[in-house]
Design a protein. Sequence first.
Length: 240
Amino acid sequence: MSQLESTDRLKAMIADSDYIVFFGGAGVSTESGIPDFRSQDGLYSQKYKYPPETMLSAGFFRSNAGEFFEFYRNKLIYPDVKPNKAHLKLAELERLGKLKAVVTQNIDGLHQLAGSETVLELHGSVLRNFCLKCRKSFGIETVTGSEGVPECDCGGTIKPDVVLFGEGLNPDTVESAAEHISRADMLIVGGTSLNVYPAAGLLRYYRGTRLVLINMDATPYDDRANLIIRGKIGETLGNI
C-alpha cells in the first residue's frame, strides 16, 4: 500500500469513528526537537558516567540528587520547544469531538500546549514538581531557575512529578487510560516502540477493529494492526 493510499484509508477510518483514542510515545515529540531514548541518536546511545536509566531511577535520585538534577536539566527539559503537526492535529480532532483522549508516555506537556484537554500522562510531566516534605506544588521554573538540588521553603527536596525507574505508574491515570482504550472504536498508536511496560500493556484493552500503528520501525503489535504506516507521526497526521 502506498503512502497516499495509507493516508486515504486513515482519513476514512477517522471519518467512520466516534471514539478515537491516541496512544503515543517519544516519537511524537522528536519532530519538535526532543530526542527519544532508544534511537541511534537517543539518550541510551550517548556516553555518560552512569547509564541514563540509572540516573533517572528513584534510587539514584535519593542517593545522588545533585547529579540527578544536572542530568535532568540538561537532557529532559526543553523549555523552548513547540508542538508539531501531530500535537496540533490531535488537538483539532478533539475539538471536532472525534478524539476522546490522548494517552502519552511523554513528559513534555506539548499535547496540552497544542490545545488538547484530555491528556493522560502515564509518566508524569516536567511541568509539575512538588516538595517531598510538605507536598507543595511548583512549576518548571523552580527547577530551571535554580542550581543544584531545588528546595522548598520548608526545607524539603523538590522532586519532578515524573515517574522514575523503580517507581510505579499512577493507578488512577492507568485506570482512566484503560477505560478510554476499552471504549474506543479506533485506537491510533504513534511514535512508540511498544516495548516499554507496563504502559504498552494498555493496548490489550482495545477490542475494536481500527488499530492503526504509525511508527518508523516495526512493533510487537504489528500483527494485530488493521493499518500500519511507516513514517513520522507529525508528517502523517499533518496530511489528513
